[in-house]
Every structure is written in C-alpha cells, then in structure tokens.
Design a protein around this ligand. Structure first.
Ligand code: SAM
Ligand code: DTB
Ligand code: SF4
Length: 350
C-alpha cells in the first residue's frame, strides 16, 4: 500500500483515550470541562504540531472572532521593595536587582494616566502593586483608583497579591472588573520558585475573588526551568477550578538580572506555542493573554500564538518593570495580520 494514502493512526491508537476525552470540543463543541486529567491534556499537547494548531484554531473559532485581539495597558502603581521571594521577579527585596522602590501612587495620577491609555486604544487598565497583600490603610486609595479609572471609561483590573474575602468584596463594591493572581507553575514545581507563600494561599485568594463576583485573571510563566509536565499540570489546575478563569495570562519569563532565574533555560518557541494551544483547548471560552515576553518574540512567533488561540495582549511601552514592544510596532503587526483591537467576550453558544 502506498504509505502516503494510509490513514494516519487515530488519536485513540496513540493515546488509548476515547476520542471525546482526548479531543474536548469534538463531542461538546467547545463547552468548558472541569474533569481534566494529566494524561488527557498530555495527549493533546503531544499531538503533531499541525493537528494541535488546527484543533486549537477550530475550538477558538467556536467562541471567538479569530481576527480580534483585546488590548490592556499595565501600570505599576507601587514598584519594588516586595517581601516575597518569587525567583523570577525584579521587585523582590530579597534579590539585588538594582530596582528603586516607590510608594503607592496617588489616585489622581493613576486616573490621569488611565485616560491617556484610553486615548491610545486600551480597553482595560491593569494596576499592579509589588505587595505580598494590600494593607487596610491602602484600601481607600485603591477603591478611589478603581472608581476613577472606570469613570474614565475603562475596564479595571488589579494585581495586589493575596486578598482576604473582605478585601475582595470591597474591591468588587468599588467596581473592580478583574483581579489578576497567577498560580505561576505546577503545584510540584512551585516550591522551587517561591517559598514565602504557598500554592494553597494562591488558590484561597482566587476563591475569594470568585466568591466576591470579580472576574478571575489567572495564569503563569513559562521558562522557569519547569518540565512540559509542569506546564500541563498548571493548566490542569486552572481548567479544573469550579469555573474557568475569564482571562488566562501566559507569560514568557523576562529574565531579570540579580534574580535566581536570571540564567534559566528559555522555553522554546514551539513549546510556548503548544502551551498556548493547550490553554485554548482546555479553557475554550477564556481569553488567553500573550503577556510578558512579547518584546523578544518575532512577528511570526506572535502570529503563531494568535493562531494557537491567544486573543489578548498588553500594549504600551512598559509592563511593570520591563519594556514592551513599541506601539507603532504593534500597530504594524496588527495591520499585517489583519487583526483589530476588540473586547472579545465568548459568543453565545447554541
Ligand atoms: N505582587 C503581585 C503578585 O505577585 O500577585 C502582583 C504583581 S506580579 C508582578 C504578577 C505576575 O507577573 C506574577 O505572578 C508573574 O506571573 C508575572 N511576572 C512577574 N515577573 C515576571 C517576569 N520577570 N517575567 C514574566 N512574568 C513575570
Ligand atoms: C501577568 O500575568 N503578567 C503581567 C500582569 N500579570 C501583572 C506582569 C508581567 C510582568 C513582567 C515583568 C515586569 O515587567 O516586571
Ligand atoms: Fe512580590 Fe509579586 Fe514580585 Fe512576587 S511577583 S516578588 S509577590 S511583586
């Protein structure tokens, strides 16, 4: 028999899994599932690259317009001097990164900067503070920022570290739309990166945010020295939460001088794209954000990430302490790919 005409081995033969198990979306048309196993997720991420991309793009199109990408702007409202020891972070006081610590910005300045970001096309304003957790004395100022930024016509997002249930309720009452709190990596690998707070602490904060009625933004970082199984396990944890995060940021480590991960082995481009595709398949209606690391990615690499199902980015010259692609460069990328900025919300499925 001509081998070119031979039927390819089915996924069932390769993985021993049922088609419906291994191909979520095939049977359920992109409906969210919460019963993921490592084996099942592994069978997807290990597919031949072309099959994985086709699958991810097909599931993406069930819920989203593939030519629309959401844009957020990030502002560091309190930089550096953080007590935590996250091994990737320039803002930890445990490492000598040469970063100058600042106090919390006043809310008027934040609101003015948000207005400028809106003029440049951002639809969501994300405010980040280098804290283990917000102090009670800062809550009034944080709420004033939320109210002011919303008043300027932008969606609001904050990332402030751990929250209590009461703090989450207060931020919700002030009008906070999203809270970002990442699990960063797998539960097994987590202890290699951070020792000052536990995986369970992170899950507890996510629970408080969800219970308060704020949209959850939660993802992680690739390139910390983790294995492919660690990446899969991180996505299994996220996809098996009672409700999928509305937003899933996937960061590529921006190596910071002076941190323990300064010389970590980078994740390959294709492994990064495979992970984006897996996030899209496992959380079909979440907005997947191509976050830190875009500055070192080619246009072609970013196009592959969008093809794999990423549909959100940060725009603006800076992330928190690192730089981001020039806005002109992003505008040219959008033009060459025929992408338009948008605020994608999953289409109503039949
Ligand atoms: N301090 C708060 C916290 O950790 O929850 C909020 C800010 S923190 C910088 C938000 C997230 O940014 C981290 O959880 C991590 O996933 C990501 N991040 C921080 N430094 C990074 C780096 N050098 N490269 C890539 N992602 C990074
Ligand atoms: C997220 O997942 N990525 C953003 C946001 N959440 C707060 C932060 C990226 C930080 C990159 C390193 C820096 O600029 O310091
Ligand atoms: Fe602090 Fe957040 Fe950086 Fe960790 S990631 S050191 S908590 S600012």
């Amino acid at each position: 028999m001509n081998h070119l005409n031979a039927a390819p081995p089915s996924l069932n033969e390769k993985s021993g899994l049922d088609q419906a198990d291994a191909f979520p979306g095939a049977a359920t048309e992109g409906a969210p599932r919460h019963d993921w196993t490592l084996e099942c997720a592994r069978a997807l991420i290990d597919l031949p690259f072309m099959d994985l991309m086709h699958r991810a793009q097909s599931v993406h199109r069930l819920s989203f317009n593939p030519n629309e990408v959401q844009m957020s702007t990030l502002l560091s409202i309190k930089t550096g001097g953080c007590q935590e020891d996250c091994g990737y972070c320039s803002q930890s006081s445990k490492f000598d990164t040469g970063l100058k610590a600042t106090k919390l910005m006043d809310s008027e300045t934040v609101v003015a900067l948000a207005g400028e970001a809106k003029q440049r096309g951002a639809s969501r304003y994300c405010m980040g503070a280098a804290w283990r957790a917000p102090k009670e004395r800062d809550m009034d100022a944080l709420c004033a920022m939320i109210e002011g930024v919303k008043g300027a016509g932008l969606e609001t997002c904050m990332t402030l570290g751990m929250l209590t249930a009461a703090q989450a309720r207060r931020l919700n009452a002030a009008g906070l739309d999203y809270y970002n709190h990442n699990i960063d990596t797998s539960e097994d690998f987590y202890g290699e990166i951070i020792t000052t707070r536990t995986y369970q602490d992170r899950l507890d904060t996510l629970h408080h945010v969800r219970e308060a009625g704020i949209n959850v933004c939660c993802g992680g970082i690739l390139g910390l020295g983790e294995s492919r199984d660690d990446r899969i396990s991180m996505l299994v944890t996220l996809a098996n939460l009672p409700q999928h995060p509305e937003s899933v940021p996937i960061n590529r480590l921006a190596p910071m001088a002076g941190t323990p991960l300064e010389n970590a082995r980078p994740v390959s481009d294709l492994d990064f794209v495979r992970t984006i595709a897996l996030a899209r398949l496992m959380m079909p209606r979440a907005v997947v954000r191509l976050s830190a690391g875009r500055e070192t990615m080619s246009d072609e690499m970013q196009a592959l990430c969008f093809l794999a199902g990423a549909n959100s980015i940060f725009v603006g010259e800076k992330l928190l302490t690192t730089s981001n692609p020039d806005e002109d460069k992003d505008a040219a990328l959008f033009a060459s790919l025929g992408l338009t900025p948008s605020d994608p919300s999953p289409k109503d499925l039949p």
